[in-house]
Design a protein around this ligand. Sequence first.
Ligand SMILES: NC(=O)c1ccc[n+]([C@@H]2O[C@H](COP(=O)([O-])OP(=O)(O)OC[C@H]3O[C@@H](n4cnc5c(N)ncnc54)[C@H](O)[C@@H]3O)[C@@H](O)[C@H]2O)c1
Length: 261
Amino acid sequence: MNLFGDSMIKVGLLGCGAIGKTIAESSGREYTIFAVYDKNFEKAKFFGDNYNSKVASSFEEFEEMCSECDLIVEAASQQAVKDCVKLLKYADLLIMSSGALSDYELLKELVDTAKKYYRKIYIPSGAIAGIDALKAVKNCTNEVILTTIKHPSSLGLNLNEKKVIFEGSALEAVKLYPKNVNVSATLSLACLGFENTKVRIIADPKVSENIHEIVAKGDFGELYIRVKNKKHPDNPKTSYLAALSAIRLIKSFSDVLKVGT
Ligand SMILES: NC(=O)c1ccc[n+]([C@@H]2O[C@H](COP(=O)([O-])OP(=O)(O)OC[C@H]3O[C@@H](n4cnc5c(N)ncnc54)[C@H](O)[C@@H]3O)[C@@H](O)[C@H]2O)c1
């Protein structure tokens, strides 16, 4: 039995790319991929063939299938998050494209709709760690700084030397560097918000992985987190950890013993 009262969580998956596929590969005991939709039908069809999922050929058809789901997993794009508002009528929602939530109007609409239908919205830690501690110290933290270090080519640059290319608030960072948007957004939502979270982006030709460093200071003490992420084998723009964090979150619904904040 899981928290939904069923023997297994039925997932409606929106987006059948790198993260969606890794989530589907881990399905079985705690959850099934009940229904899938991708704007690229061939990708969705693969899930029908391999995971016995119902395949929607349009968003409207997916919406109908969602009425039989417990959890909708968005693993598609920021645009898809907007489409998810109406799906909250049927099920809880897990959002991978957390950068979409830097749009305050959309965030409010999602939260208001979730309240109306007694649903929950889940944002996995994604490509970073330390979200558990940052949530715990939220009310006694004065400063949170995220430093993201990437190869210049991952930032669309051609540089021979290490260079700080951005320093400012998370609010500015998500507008100027949309490719870094998910990590900045998840961190901001967990602790000090978009205006008060500081972001530095460094292009370094000597690194191949995406590195995220978080420093937080406050009355609780100090916290330092460093994550050196391997790229997802199916999408080099995505860190493999992001997919793993979503899987753990979905599986956690069936946990009797819950460890971590
Ligand atoms: N939270 C995090 O830390 C984190 C980390 C990595 C990626 N992400 C985000 O998660 C999302 C998925 O990542 P991915 O690596 O699987 O991407 P991907 O490009 O491999 O797959 C995305 C899939 O979604 C489909 N899609 C896009 N928009 C759609 C729409 N509106 N309707 C239906 N299908 C749509 C695409 O056709 C594609 O098959 C992206 O938005 C990415 O930015 C978040």
